[in-house]
Design a protein around this ligand. Structure first.
Ligand code: SF4
Length: 354
């Protein structure tokens, strides 16, 4: 049976038409399944019984099962190991931050891009997630929040708080899975669906140019983050094989043009790795590459995991790197990943699922 959460707004409308139901039911169907603060009894009363019977016989509505959860002692972030219907496992991470809750979600089981500093990349690609499995991670997290008022109190949020921000920085390259990603995004931003503000959703890519073009052409208004990591073309191709197919300079040229025509801001993610990309020469090259593009650079010290030979940068080198970017007029922040004690930090996902 197909998962209800895979049905984009257009697919629901098409289904109503095909089954001979009025389009006026679209809003109630979506609200019933996505908005736990809606008056569900009232919504149900107003839906035709045949429509409910049809949905129940054709679709499954189960959120994704949580196989394991780990909570950080330091920052309260929670990592979920999620079991999909076919037994495959993916991970998502819930992170409280002031008045918001960010969920880092996965778009694939594994990843085929094989960036050498990333643990997920070492798994290879098992399969793409469906739109329902992408959206289902948010539905599951919202259900968990509903069931855990003490956690919300502990992080000083109200009991009605649900996931407010989503970042596609978990397992997978989202732009290797554009059709399902786009359907999932449409459900996420639909006012009757998860009702998330587009600017609170960030799709992160290692530089998949074809996927980037398709995503931007959808005009969904979601944020885009480029995981740049290494400014030198040769070095980047060695550590991030995607650079051989989509050279960084071409990706940046496209972003620069898209910015001019669509007035968009982009985020650059730069994982700082000792002895690999943390020198002042790298900072200078990065500043040169980003000239003329409105961007913010997040510098993320690498989270080493046991199997890797890559190491965290020295703090002095990290601050010197940031200083050079700032002096070059590039907004940059040092971001320390959350959930480091539960292997939930950037580049660490996939550890418990192996
Ligand atoms: S960094 Fe992203 S694109 Fe690269 S292997 Fe890891 S998950 Fe895939």
């Amino acid at each position: 049976m197909e998962n209800f959460y895979s049905l984009s707004p257009d697919k629901i409308r098409g289904l109503l038409e095909k089954q001979g139901f009025s389009q006026v039911h679209f809003k109630a169907v979506y609200q019933y399944f996505y908005q736990d603060n809606a008056d569900r009894d009232k919504l149900l009363q107003n839906l035709p019984k045949e429509l409910i019977r049809h949905l129940e016989s054709e679709y499954t509505f189960a959120p994704i099962a949580i196989a394991k959860e780990l909570q950080s002692k330091y920052d309260s972030s929670v990592k979920f190991l999620l079991r999909l219907a076919d037994g495959e496992l993916v991970e998502s991470v819930l992170m409280p931050e002031r008045a918001r809750i960010t969920l880092c979600i996965s778009s694939q089981v594994g990843c085929r891009q094989a960036c050498s500093f990333c643990h997920t990349g070492r798994m290879g690609l098992k399969r793409n997630l469906s739109a329902g499995e992408i959206v289902g991670q948010i539905v599951t997290a919202n259900q968990w929040l509903k069931d855990h008022p003490p956690w919300l109190q502990a992080v000083r949020l109200t009991e009605s708080q649900r996931v407010s921000n989503v970042v596609f920085m978990g397992m997978g390259e989202p732009l290797d899975n554009v059709p399902e990603l786009v359907d999932a995004l449409k459900i996420m931003v639909s006012p009757q669906g998860l009702s998330l503000a587009p600017r609170r959703i960030t799709v992160s890519t290692a530089g998949h140019l074809d996927g980037l073009k398709k995503l931007v052409s959808e005009n969904l208004g979601v944020g885009i983050a480029l995981s740049l990591h290494i400014p030198d073309a040769k070095e980047r191709s060695r550590i991030m094989p995607i650079n051989r197919r989509y050279p960084l300079e071409e990706v940046l040229t496209y972003l620069r043009d898209a910015q001019t025509t669509k007035n968009r801001h982009f985020l650059i993610q730069y994982t700082v790795i000792a002895g690999v990309n943390d020198s002042l020469a790298h900072a200078e090259k990065l500043a040169h590459l980003l000239k003329g593009i409105k961007v913010k650079v997040n510098l993320i010290p690498l989270n080493s995991f046991d199997a890797t030979s890559f190491k965290q940068p020295d703090p002095d080198d990290l601050y010197a790197f940031q200083g050079l970017l700032l002096r070059s007029g590039i907004r940059s922040m040092i971001r320390f990943s959350k959930g480091q004690d539960i292997d939930a930090a950037c580049g660490q996902l996939a550890i418990t699922s192996q």
